[in-house]
Design a protein around this ligand. Structure first.
Ligand SMILES: C[S@@+](CC[C@H](N)C(=O)[O-])C[C@H]1O[C@@H](n2cnc3c(N)ncnc32)[C@H](O)[C@@H]1O
Length: 221
């Protein structure tokens, strides 16, 4: 049987192109994909170019550091489509995801994206002490993706709270670091740069109506 695209990984231009193509089939035209908006929230909320570059950077980080990203904390699960896609490439041993479920979510998509994963889903406000206690009790994490409340105050709180649960050599991803709709995230991202404490890379595609910008941060040792 032919293997799935995510069952292998190659640091080649050709394979990168295949990954972009794969993501394009899952996302909407406004972000650079092939799908039209269907109103039921079944699409991936990622730019194919930004997301492929981010996956490649995470894989390179694993290769260079010799550290496998095993435990994933997803702050802002939504219907879990991004969670599923990234899990396909990294096959996490453990995923903890949280969400307040404020966004419009299609129940079938949500159900589909809850299955076939090593996932614990926590329902509640990411900044609440109750949620923080649960996430802490569930362990520490190699990879944390912050994509919950998109205001400056919340993103700052999420970063400050959840970075304390990051394993040594772990990675924090931020969604929307260069999104005109959410200037507070860009502001916070730039403030982090000004501290000089972190290695920061960003992946931004400005060719379509919508752009998000994905930030990748690791601690300087
Ligand atoms: C842009 S969506 C996340 C998309 C998801 N990461 C993906 O790519 O499929 C933002 C999510 O954050 C959730 N959210 C907003 N404020 C939150 C909060 N304070 N705590 C937890 N989740 C929150 C919303 O319910 C929504 O599902």
């Amino acid at each position: 049987m032919k293997k799935y695209i995510y069952d292998r990984f190659e640091f080649t231009k050709k394979y990168h192109g295949e990954v972009v193509e794969f993501i394009k089939h899952n996302t909407n035209v406004e972000i650079g994909g092939y799908r039209i908006f269907d109103g039921i929230g079944t699409h991936l909320m990622q730019s194919p170019y930004e997301f492929a570059d981010f996956i490649f950077a995470l894989k390179k980080y694993e290769k260079d550091s010799g550290k496998k990203l095993r435990r994933f904390l997803d702050v802002g699960f939504s219907a879990g489509i991004n969670n599923t896609l990234i899990n396909k490439f990294f096959n996490f041993e453990e995923i903890v995801a949280l969400d307040i479920f404020a966004a419009q979510i299609n129940g079938f998509t949500l159900k589909g994206n809850l299955t076939h994963k090593n996932l614990t889903l926590v329902c509640g406000d990411s900044t609440s002490q109750r949620v923080l206690n649960i996430v802490k009790a569930l362990g520490t994490y190699d990879f944390i993706f912050i994509d919950a409340n998109h205001t400056y105050e919340f993103v700052k709180k999420d970063f400050e709270n959840y970075k304390t649960f990051l394993n040594k050599g772990g990675v924090i991803g931020f969604h929307d670091v260069d999104c005109p709709d959410w200037p507070g995230i860009n502001k916070f991202w730039n403030e982090l740069k000004a501290t000089g404490l972190y290695h920061q890379q960003e992946f931004v595609c400005r060719d379509y109506l919508l752009q998000y910008g994905i930030g990748m941060l690791t601690l300087k040792s």
